[in-house]
Ligand binder design. Sequence first.
Ligand code: PLP
Length: 354
Amino acid sequence: MSRFWVKKVEGMKPYVPGEQPESRSVVKLNTNEHALEPSNSVMAAIARVQADQLRRYPDPLAIDLRKAIADSEGLSAAQVFVGNGSDEVLAHSWSAYLLGRTVQTLDTTYGFYPVWADLYDSQLIEVPLQRDFSVDIAALCDSPHPVVLANPNAPTGIALSVGEIESLVNSNCDRLVIIDEAYHGFGADTAAQLVDQHDNLIVSRSLSKSHALAGMRVGYALANTELIDGLNRIKDSFNSYPLDAIAQAAGAAAMRDHAWFEQSADLVIRSREVMRQGLIEQGFEVLPSSANFLFVRHAQISGKTIFEALRAQDVIVRRWDKPRIAEWLRVSVGTLEQTAHLLNAVSEALLEEP
Ligand SMILES: *Cc1c(COP(=O)(O)O)cnc(C)c1O
């Protein structure tokens, strides 16, 4: 704490991301990075970046990247906004559309939403998930306030259908709905095709999980052109060049490599199923997941005990000390080899318990 801190900084409770350990020997299943490395076409695009591109400022409009995104979604580039990770896209969306407003989200969801609510002086209504962790769509529809929803939800992995999202969007045309599709591509429906018909919807995406580019920081929003214009006003009042030349090249190559996207998603989904079966066999309850992670709870042994026993064996998963989910662990879906390692460590951990 410095005496120069303004009051706002004093009161902040920043988001705490999952641990990024130095050691490469740990089995890292705590931040939902993709199980595979990015496609060769992405690495080739990065290698093609010229020194002169680094000497110059990057394209402030990121035209080529936005075209690549628009083409893969059947939209126009004017319906696409890009940012330095979807966290930045979501923060700008909050600042353009939710600043000072009352906002609905869920009581168990992405931990950054309360941080932005605080940063942008919003009142947050945290609508409780139902007992089975499904989303109470009717409750969200009933209230006039804008909605921020992760779909699939995190950390549960449970997804709403596009029909359910559409009913929420249609329930009140004067209310903005922001759908955070950070886990797009692992089996959930997307609301992307709704943005053409609905001017009260923003769909946010990330290349961090779906395209194995967490280290590159590329995220985007899909929405009607007026909503995109508002995001551009915020961006150009903050940083005209949020995406560097390398990230723009890598992101565009990733968006154009549809074969990699489909094949790697298939592999993650198969690996998720192996992990699910293995954990069920060892006495875990596993929520249905449409993401690249599983949310699990053991019938007898506490979440904290298992978390610590895994940590002692260099297997890192994620756990939150929050009353509703304290017994639960979120485990990222890794390679089949990592899954075998995890299941081994789990059986060791369970053996130690009486
Ligand atoms: C990972 C994640 C993000 C942030 O993704 P980045 O593009 O890496 O900033 C946003 N929302 C949810 C729900 C996430 O899990």
